[in-house]
Design a protein around this ligand. Sequence first.
Ligand code: ZN
Length: 134
Amino acid sequence: MENPSLFMVEERVKTFKIWPFSDKNRCNIRNMAEAGFYSVATGEKDADAAKCFLCGKELDGWESTDDPWEEHKSHAARCAFVQLGKKHDDLLLPEYLSIVKQYMINDIKRMADLAKEAIAHKQEEVRRRCVGRK
Ligand SMILES: [Zn+2]
């Protein structure tokens, strides 16, 4: 299960255990987290793999000069976070709450999808057992 608090910038910052660029680069951890990204790196090989907490867009191959916010915009223009067009600290409370709500709705959808998969899997198991009995 993913961190349930990824709608908070500080929680996203914490996910970046390894990151190829220093704070002096534009593509630093702070800017990544503020642009909605959290790290999904599993090791050195994919150290720069990051995902948007809201739209789920996953990006890698970052350059030190990239602006995470601009990259988010160009790769996921339909993301609700991108569409607000504001960085986290500039969000008004109702805007922030709408993002949190969307995040939770997405989370419920993810759980529903997992449950559907589990049910389908169970059905398939039962079906196979019944067929095997003939
Ligand atoms: Zn997004």
